[in-house]
Design a protein around this ligand. Structure first.
Ligand code: PGA
Length: 259
């Protein structure tokens, strides 16, 4: 059997509703010089819609990818306030976060809608980062696997097996997001191993190649421990990514693990 290609680690900073265009430009100027030496790791940022064009422009000669934070499944239509895949690709955006728990909570982003958003993003050549994760009550009730199974299976339902490796999945337990209370390294590896097995139920080769990230209170100081599990392929970082040196420290930790 040929040896499976190693999965390139990925660290993505989700800025959420932070950063004006001016702030985004100065952040990028600060981040750029902090990353050389960590080429083993793929790096991305998720600015708000208003800063996407400026970030693409600032990063034109860089390998840092630019992701949107959400996207509508349709191409155009009567959906006030929404943005479509062609609008993102026109700007030169590389990917899009889909199903973040804050969007599920505040904007009723459902697994059903996600099952249309994933294929729409892939069709447009945008790399989707699908976020999944359980609530604290679900974990306490022993329902974590049931929740993850439902979210992963339904969102990926309309993605062809051969396209599954183009999807990135982020395991983000809701109780660990923005709380300062990350999951333990064991919980991270266990949940991410389970998610990989769910992809394996669809396609064993895809499960080997699909990248699964952890998100939830990742910082420079805990990244090495949280990302060390054999199934953990990097991090989706919220709060800590707002400081360029913190994001760079997480990238450095991911690079050390993969070395
Ligand atoms: P956090 O957010 O790192 O601030 O916990 C993670 C996320 O929402 O992706």
């Amino acid at each position: 059997m040929p040896e499976a290609a190693p999965r390139r680690p990925l660290v993505v900073g989700n800025w959420k509703m932070h950063m004006t265009v001016a702030e985004a430009r100065s952040y990028i100027a600060e981040l750029g010089p902090l990353l050389p030496g960590h080429e083993a790791v793929e790096v991305g940022i998720c600015p708000p819609f208003t800063a996407l064009a400026a970030c693409v422009e600032e990063l034109r000669d860089s390998e840092i990818a630019v992701y949107a934070q959400t996207m509508h499944e349709g191409e155009s239509g009567g959906h006030t306030g929404e943005i479509s895949a062609p609008m993102l690709t026109e700007l030169g955006v590389d990917g899009v976060v889909l199903g973040h728990s804050e969007r599920r909570r505040d904007n009723a982003e459902t697994d059903r809608a996600l099952s249309e958003k994933l294929p729409a993003a892939l069709e447009a050549k945008l790399r989707p980062i699908l976020c999944v994760g359980e609530t604290e009550a679900e974990r306490d009730d022993g329902d974590t696997e049931r929740r993850l199974r439902h979210q992963v299976q339904e969102a990926l339902e309309s993605v062809a097996d051969e396209s599954l490796p183009d999807v990135v999945i982020a395991y983000e337990p809701i109780w660990a997001i923005g709380s300062g209370r990350s999951a333990t390294a064991e919980q991270v590896q266990e949940a991410i191993g389970f998610i990989r097995a769910l992809v394996g139920d669809r396609s064993a080769p895809a499960a080997e190649r699909v990248r699964v990230l952890y998100g939830g209170s990742v910082k420079g100081e805990n990244a090495a421990e949280l990302l060390a599990g054999p199934d953990v392929d990097g991090a989706l970082v919220g709060g800590a990514s707002l400081e360029a040196p913190e994001l760079a420290a997480i990238v450095a930790a991911a690079a050390r693990i993969s070395a």
